[in-house]
Write a protein that binds this ligand. Structure first.
Ligand code: SF4
Length: 376
């Protein structure tokens, strides 16, 4: 059974009604559950849970510390291309936006990687728009071959691919796949993704499954907060993470919390998410998903990121540029969205230390796998 089969068994509108029907007793029952299940997410995400936020936050903090310790892993995105054949209405890389386009040469990507390596990073996330004619599989394997000596972990956040293409990337040393569904509302999805391959909701939804079957060690998902009712997005995101955890138990599952930011095109999010609701989403999901890594990017402002560190976050980006060539200033190109936390990686690491946590630059080494394979 694919996750799409599970998703189809729900009605978006009915789930929305269930949040409104929850009362204090439902929230108390969910908090009292020994093994909270996904259905407990409904009361925990509901308006009735808002007076319980402090208690939920304390529990989320304790759970995260028990499962992950006091560590925050750091990574940096490397934008390799902002060329795109799609027209997502909220994105600066939308093909109809008259912005300057750039695809880095593999050597330019390597130069970006060297700068990040010198800053201390050992985990990078390769990001691109969707243009498989430019960012081809061959291009990506070339890039990964150049970066491999510099980084112990390389993840990708590019367009959805077939399983055998993922297998080839894994062979070259990519260990993580990140792909946001953007919205789990299948009815409204085409409104935000009117053209191009991305229009296909199911093809996108089942991408993490193709990635899991290919053997990625890390599978990252997320919803773009602001497109739909955040409570419903949070519920389906929780179901999706749980499904991936159970189906691909050898992979580490991560969830991201990207909120829509201003970008070229001037799209206004139909369902803006407040800081308090972002906190509620994060801590409610932590109570249901104690073993899932939570990622927070530089989309969020410094004061909020500082506040969220103890509440369940396990991975953060730092010092990010969201334009191709942004670290080495190879050439002017359009950024995908505005970065809100502009502190340097060292400043972020210092903040993490001040909070009593350890900033981890390297949390994985391919040698672990080699040892496992050798039975050590
Ligand atoms: S969100 Fe991705 S696929 Fe959509 S326009 Fe932007 S870069 Fe292209």
């Amino acid at each position: 059974m694919s996750f799409h089969d599970i998703l189809k068994s729900y009605r978006w509108q009915e789930v929305g009604q269930e949040f409104l029907a929850c009362g204090e007793a439902d929230v108390r029952r969910a908090l009292a559950a020994r093994n909270p299940m996904p259905e407990h997410l409904i009361p925990l995400l509901s308006p009735a849970a808002e007076p319980f936020l402090e208690e939920m936050a304390q529990r989320a903090h304790r759970l995260t510390e028990q499962r992950f310790g006091r560590v925050i892993s750091l990574f940096a995105p490397v934008y390799v291309s902002n060329e795109c054949i799609n027209s997502c209405v909220y994105c600066g890389f939308n093909r109809t936006n008259p912005v300057s386009r750039l695809t880095l040469t593999p050597q330019q990507v390597e130069a970006e990687g060297r700068l990040l390596h010198d800053l201390g990073f050992r985990h990078v996330l390769l990001v691109s728009g969707e243009n498989p004619h430019v960012v081809t599989l061959e291009y990506l394997t070339w890039v990964v071959d150049l970066l491999r000596p510099l980084f112990s972990s390389i993840s990708i956040e590019i367009y959805p691919m077939e399983r055998d293409e993922y297998e080839e990337l894994i062979d070259h040393g990519v260990d993580g796949l990140v792909l946001y569904q953007e919205t789990y509302d299948e009815i409204r999805y085409p409104e935000f993704h009117p053209r191009g391959r991305k229009k296909d909701f199911r093809w996108r939804l089942e991408t993490p499954e193709r990635g899991g079957n290919a053997g990625f060690r890390r599978l990252g998902i997320g919803a773009l907060l602001g497109l739909g009712d955040w409570r419903a997005e949070g519920f389906f995101l929780g179901l999706h993470a749980r499904y991936l955890l159970k189906t691909f138990w050898k992979s580490h599952v991560t969830v991201s919390f990207p909120r829509l930011k201003p970008a070229a095109g001037g799209f206004a999010p139909p369902y803006p998410v407040t800081d308090a609701h972002l906190v509620q989403l994060l801590v409610a999901l932590r109570l249901i998903l104690p073993d899932v890594g939570f990622t927070l990017s530089t989309r969020e402002p410094a004061h909020l990121r500082d506040h969220l560190v103890p509440l369940g976050i396990t991975t953060m980006s730092a010092g990010s540029s969201t334009e191709p060539g942004g670290y080495s200033h190879a050439r002017e190109a359009e950024a995908q969205f505005q970065v809100a936390d502009e502190r340097s990686p060292e400043e972020i690491a210092e903040l993490i230390r001040q909070k009593g946590y350890e900033a981890v630059w390297k949390d994985w080494d391919p040698a672990f796998l080699e040892r496992q394979a050798a039975g050590e």
